[in-house]
Design a protein around this ligand. Structure first.
Ligand SMILES: Nc1ncnc2c1ncn2[C@@H]1O[C@H](COP(=O)(O)OP(=O)(O)OP(=O)(O)O)[C@@H](O)[C@H]1O
Ligand code: SF4
Ligand SMILES: [Mg+2]
Length: 401
């Protein structure tokens, strides 16, 4: 039987680690026209708002959320395929804002995007050898013909496609989705990257081959020490595959922490809803919620907590005030007023514990400061001070349609 290689117990990143890639308070607003003829008033899509996330060498971070929550936009911001509206992307502690040309090539060779549909990312009329040779020429300009072939053989061996000749002379349509996804990973490896941004890397694949591709990615993370962002709808796979999990809702991160804790002791009602609605063979089907509601429009997102129109535990403040992050146990945090230290929040936490069968009622969390100078990895914050919420960002410069 195929089994997924279980992620080691998540240890919180040590305070001294410099992330390989980090987003600090990153916001992306797209300006769109209300008519296809570019007439009428322009509107702003709040695809990512004040998102901070750090990727570490040799670790996997899952980014989980419903369709349209902004996961791919965020991955593309990290890859610098979109300019940020505000905030910063840092590579090994140094801010990067590429404008094309050499700086863009340098960034994309270190930060490689792996897409959901491998067929769409290959030239259908080029053999695999031709596609890989092109990648090898870019990243190994001094290699001659025989050296290029050796590099290609080695890349294919790293993704367990042997013998190489069985694949190099084929066209993309002659290969299975799993084989082609392996070849797209081999192509990414040609650049000797430090970071993989894998956007739903297995969702388009047959269920029977998903585990093989995930196990391959895990092996590469462990052997080569790359950092991996695993973008997925599937919160259950995050538990087994990723050390850490961040949950995105309507363009904002709402909860994060070690995957085991986030999936087994979800704190945010949205994460709890995702888990309750995920297929689980050990749970009777009638226990799954039937109507889980719809995500909001990102053109006019709800005020306060963006989840409040769907949240059974919403309080008055949730409709008006965006919740700050509250640090909980085990390095977990959640942006939710349930973890405030007052009587009304305690009462709602008790209701939440009963509704989700959590057993003991959680204690209040420690409010983490927000704003531009706030720590970008709340798990590293040991500062228990409170501070006012960050002002809302309205800057839309750098928009891309
Ligand atoms: N280039 C763009 N111009 C305008 N709006 C965009 C653009 N790219 C994405 N969006 C919008 O940003 C929001 C987030 O989209 P995104 O694709 O990042 O979500 P997602 O979480 O990856 O969804 P899915 O799970 O379906 O892939 C959506 O409302 C989308 O329509
Ligand atoms: S802040 Fe309020 S509305 Fe938002 S998830 Fe928490 S309880 Fe629900
Ligand atoms: Mg997407």
């Amino acid at each position: 039987m195929t089994t997924i290689e279980t992620a080691p117990q998540a240890a919180s990143p040590s305070g001294d680690d410099v992330p390989v890639l980090e987003a600090r308070h990153v916001t992306k607003h797209f300006t769109v026209h209300s008519s296809p003829f570019r007439r009428g008033p322009r509107r702003v899509v709040h695809a990512a708002d004040d998102v901070s996330l750090a990727l570490y060498a040799g670790r996997i971070m899952a980014l989980v959320g419903e369709s349209g929550s902004g996961k791919s936009t965020f991955a593309r911001l990290l890859a610098q395929l979109h300019p940020v509206t505000s905030g910063e992307i840092l590579y090994r502690g140094t801010p990067v804002r590429v404008k094309g040309g050499a700086s863009f090539r340098a960034h994309v060779s270190k930060v490689q995007l792996i897409l959901q549909d491998p067929f769409g990312s290959f030239n259908p009329v080029a053999t695999i050898a031709r596609t890989l040779t092109r990648a090898v020429r870019i990243h190994h300009p001094k290699a001659d013909g025989p050296a290029q072939r050796r590099i290609i053989d080695d890349l294919l061996a790293q993704v367990s496609l042997r013998p190489a000749r069985q694949f190099t002379e084929k066209y993309p349509h002659e290969l299975s989705g799993g084989q082609l996804q392996r070849i797209s990973i081999a192509r990414a490896l040609a650049a000797d990257p430090d970071v993989f941004l894998a956007d739903e890397p297995v969702s388009s694949l047959d269920v029977s081959i998903r585990l093989g591709v995930l196990n391959l990615l895990r092996r590469l993370v462990e052997e080569r020490g790359v950092a991996l962002l695993y973008v997925t709808h599937d919160i259950a796979s995050a538990r087994y595959f990723a050390e850490d999990t961040s949950v995105m809702y309507a363009g904002q991160l709402v909860e994060a922490g070690p995957s085991e804790t986030v999936t087994q002791k979800a704190a945010h009602p949205y994460t709890q809803l995702l888990i309750a609605s995920a297929p689980d063979p050990s749970r009777p089907d009638e226990a799954r919620p039937r109507d889980i509601g719809q995500p909001p429009s990102l053109i006019d997102p709800p005020s306060g907590c963006r989840f409040h129109p769907r949240c059974p535990f919403a309080m008055e403040r949730c409709r008006t005030d965006a919740p700050p992050a509250f640090a909980l146990e085990d390095g977990q945090w959640a942006k939710c007023w349930l973890y405030a230290d007052d009587a009304e929040a305690a009462e709602r936490r008790a209701e939440n514990a009963v509704a989700y069968g959590l057993g003991a009622v959680r204690p209040a969390g420690r409010r983490i400061p927000t704003g531009p100078d706030a720590p970008t990895d709340p798990r590293k914050s040991t500062d228990a001070r409170t501070s006012p919420d960050a002002p809302e960002t309205t800057d839309t410069k750098g928009d891309q349609q």
